[in-house]
Design a binder for this molecule. Structure first.
Ligand code: BEZ
Length: 215
């Protein structure tokens, strides 16, 4: 255990300015009104990280369609990032079009991307930050397991549908093994509400605390 503190779900994301492969960025100022996927990787020129960057790049347009921007980060020099993305372009025929932060450790520490038991590199962390700058999801993956970008896209879509329709999302949304494509009505906040639910013909309740509705 350590006494490090770092932001959690629901907290305002820390502000930072950074050197990146696309020049300096200022967060949140440069990303106002956008969803941001800020993710760290252990090091440039490593195989799992290379597959992750290519997987993010392949889906960049899908993230952008959701009003989301990708930002990578590791504790490497910007020259290393530049050589690495050049290598990916030359050898894998893929241009990495999102910025990669060259951090000295200060941003990684603010976000809790360095886990002392895992050495001095950043772990595979993902922060999904909403257009108001609030951290909505945090993922940590170990060095030997590459992340699933479809899941990161799924979560952003799920947040947007949940907010729009005032619902919650079941396991494996958009298709749950038991509920199919039905959405979950958030828990009742009063006894009156709970009773009203059971009489509401527009929703289907297994019980007062477990109600679903069509999309
Ligand atoms: C990789 O990306 O392949 C990797 C990075 C750090 C440790 C182990 C694997």
């Amino acid at each position: 255990m350590s006494d490090l503190t770092f932001p959690l779900i629901g907290d305002k994301a820390p502000e930072f300015t950074a050197t990146t492969t696309h020049g300096p960025i200022n967060f949140p100022g440069d990303y106002k009104g956008k969803w941001v996927v800020l993710f760290s990787h252990p090091a440039d020129f490593t195989p799992v990280c290379t597959t992750e960057f290519m997987a993010f790049q392949k889906r960049k347009a899908q993230f952008n369609e959701l009003n989301a921007e990708l930002i990578g980060l590791s504790i490497d020099q910007v020259f290393s990032h530049i050589k690495w993305v050049d290598w990916i372009k030359d050898n894998m025929d893929m241009e990495i079009e999102f910025p990669i932060i060259a951090d000295h450790g200060a941003i990684a520490e603010k976000f809790g991307m360095i886990h002392p038991g895992q050495g001095s590199s950043t772990v595979r962390a993902v922060f999904i930050i909403d257009p108001k700058g609030i951290i909505r999801l945090i993922l940590y993956y170990p060095a030997e397991i590459g992340r699933n970008m479809e899941e990161i896209l799924r979560v952003i879509k799920a947040f947007q549908v949940a907010e729009d329709k005032k619902v919650a999302m079941p396991a494996n949304w958009p298709i749950n093994d038991f509920l199919g494509d039905k959405l979950i009505v958030p828990p009742a906040k009063s006894v009156k509400d709970a009773k009203a639910r059971l009489a509401d013909t527009s929703i289907n309740c297994y019980d007062w605390w477990f109600c679903t509705r069509d999309q």
